[in-house]
Design a protein around this ligand. Structure first.
Ligand code: CP
Length: 311
């Protein structure tokens, strides 16, 4: 039975029930059909104002949210650090107070500080959508990843999903792990031991030290971007060493099932975590993830738009 959506905010996947996740995925499936029509625009958010507050760089998420808002007929305000008074030292709370006085309906927020969308949600009646906060969560990325897996594999229950890379600092990994476990997938994580906390075993995740163990038997392999600053901080010896031991390439593809999906949230470090031949190869669904991101973000904004009450 479908649940009823009651949240004004989407702050994390951790907060959601399995039914709420399914409701977003099912709503996204309907919006994907809209995106395939000749007329792709619907009036669902007509008269509503959405602020995109991106205080950290983004390509995919920012463009995807903006297009989703346009497709839903919302009025849009784009704010970024470089083009706002945040650069002049204005505090986030002062920015929030200004947003509040403009009576906007939804704020989509990316910030390097974990928990900043929760802070916003406590101070605003507007709906808050977390577009990635520090190393905490990136809920819409996980939803579009899970949507893509479900679309390709039919069901998430019992699916073997391996996430490879810097789990310790990855908001994408955290959101994926919570969502996949809630929907009954079997989740494996792998990478250098300095970047793959053993503590994840306590919530039912399999932790591997060797790439081969994570690849064999996996239905989905989700590779994470290796952040170069982690190498400078000593989490692994060198980028070349990482590519040799944990990179997915023609050599390591021999452990991968022929029907396994290769996923990556982007941006890709080609030749490090993933070789171009695999990223652009027949098992890659990376660009389909981007396409599905639009439908998922339309669904999230649509559901939240139905729950907000103006100040
Ligand atoms: N996947 C993702 O969040 O990409 P961007 O940083 O480009 O938004």
């Amino acid at each position: 039975m479908e649940c009823t959506w009651t949240r004004k905010d989407l702050l994390s996947i951790y907060d959601l029930s399995a039914d709420e996740i399914r409701m977003i995925l099912n709503t996204a499936a309907e919006f994907k059909k809209v995106s395939e029509r000749k007329v792709k625009k619907v009036p669902a958010l007509r008269g509503k104002t959405v602020v995109n507050l991106f205080v950290e760089p983004s390509t995919r998420t920012r463009i995807s949210f903006e297009l989703a808002e346009q497709r839903l007929s919302a009025d849009i305000i784009n704010m970024s650090t470089d083009a706002s008074s945040l650069k002049k030292g204005e505090t986030l709370l002062d920015t929030v107070k200004n947003i509040k006085s403009l009576q906007v309906d939804i704020v989509v927020m990316r910030h390097s500080a974990s928990g900043s969308p929760n802070f916003l949600a406590r101070h605003l009646k507007a709906g808050i959508v977390n577009a990635g906060d520090g190393a905490h969560e990136h809920p819409t990325q996980a939803l579009l990843d899970i949507f893509t897996m479900r679309e390709k594999k039919g069901s998430i229950e019992g699916l073997n999903v391996s996430i490879v890379g810097d789990i310790l600092h990855s908001r994408v990994a955290r959101s994926n792990i919570w969502g996949l476990l809630k929907l009954g997938a079997k989740v494996t994580i792998a990478g250098p031991s300095t970047l793959v906390p053993k503590e994840f075993e306590r919530i039912g995740v399999r932790v591997c030290d060797r790439l081969k163990d994570a690849l064999e038997g996996a239905d989905v392999i989700n590779l994470l971007r290796i952040q170069h600053e982690r190498q400078r901080a000593g989490f692994f010896p060198s980028t070349n060493e990482y590519a040799r031991v944990f990179g997915l390439n023609r050599e390591t593809m021999k452990y991968v099932k022929p029907d396994a999906l290769i996923m990556h949230p982007g941006p890709i470090n080609r030749g490090v975590e993933l070789d171009s031949a695999i990223a652009d190869g027949p098992q890659s669904v990376i660009l389909e993830q981007v396409t599905n991101g639009l439908a998922v973000r339309m669904a999230v904004l649509f559901l939240i738009g139905g729950c907000i009450k103006n100040d």
